[in-house]
Ligand binder design. Structure first.
Ligand code: ADP
Length: 274
């Protein structure tokens, strides 16, 4: 059974002549454990799609299922983790308090999860993860008692990622989580995210603007186009893992980048012509 399944999903903002079709007839099926990226120009509906899967917004048309339940049910059972563009840490709590907070609230999530696990036949008898160990692995061992304001942007975003993984979500949704970071920090966080993903086998749906980031991270890249927001292509990235610097310099890596750029440009041209 897919971890995430969207079928004929539509979303319109506004009414009448000023209506904006943010998503039109979007279908997507993501198998458990896959790393899938959404790429496309601003306004093509990437964030809207992510928010709909997260249960933060409702689709106007179509169906959305996360492990065969609605996004709202999946959220209540903490099957879904969400990492926004900015880390959104609570400023008055130290790092350890921030990353352990979600486990302390909504205590009936495990039993809901168990029920969905039985329903969806993917119960895994999860134990609470060792948050200290996750923080140390993310390079935040010295920062656990610090407040968010005492950390760099990269460290704050690392804490947000640890917080999301700490819930051991079955599906992790990430909305351009590295876009505000410098290149060096971004690459190091990409590596750490891939390490955690590899270890915890989470399904990831990841929004990015960067073609090379999409190729570097993904099993599948979903290319989107605007007006109306839609999926125009799915490109499987058939490159070995772990993907390292040597691979990034290889021709086959650049060929995937060229292919995605090409699909983005043709979608853009067809949008302009429409
Ligand atoms: P992306 O993430 O690809 O940049 P979005 O999903 O943010 O695209 O937006 C898709 C379209 O929907 C854009 O034209 C945007 O202006 C519009 N939109 C998004 N959210 C809202 C909203 N809450 N109200 C009105 N229009 C919105």
């Amino acid at each position: 059974m897919p971890a995430v399944e969207l079928s004929s999903v539509g979303k319109v903002y506004g009414y009448g002549p000023s209506a904006m079709v943010a998503l039109n007839d979007v279908g997507l099926s993501i198998e458990p454990g896959r790393f899938v990226s959404l790429i496309g120009p601003s306004g093509c509906g990437k964030s809207t799609l992510l928010r709909i899967v997260a249960g933060l917004e409702a689709a106007d048309r179509g169906t959305v299922r996360v492990h065969d339940v609605s996004p709202e049910e999946a959220c209540a059972a903490k099957l879904i983790g969400f990492v926004p563009q900015s880390p959104a840490l609570l400023p008055w709590l130290p790092v350890l308090g921030n990353v352990t907070l979600p486990q302390k609230i909504n205590r009936d999530a495990p039993s809901r999860r168990e029920r969905i696990g039985q329903l969806a036949d993917h119960g895994r008898g999860k134990t609470q993860p060792d948050m200290m160990a996750l923080l140390i692995r993310a390079g935040l061992g010295d920062a656990i008692h610090k407040l968010p304001a005492q950390l760099s942007g990269g460290m704050q975003q690392r804490a947000a990622i640890v917080r999301a993984f700490g819930l051991q979500p079955d599906v992790l949704l990430m909305d351009e989580p590295f876009s505000a970071l410098d290149e060096f920090t971004r690459e190091s966080l990409q590596d750490q995210l891939l390490d955690l993903w590899d270890e915890l086998k989470t399904t990831v749906l990841f929004v990015t603007h960067s073609v090379s980031e999409a190729v570097r991270m993904s099993d599948t890249v979903v290319v989107m186009a605007p007006r109306p927001g839609r999926i125009v292509d799915l490109i499987d990235i058939d490159l070995p893992r772990p993907r390292n610097q040597r691979l990034f310099e290889e021709r086959r890596f650049h060929e995937y980048e060229d292919l995605i750029r090409d699909r983005l440009h043709s979608a853009w041209r067809s949008t302009d012509a429409a």
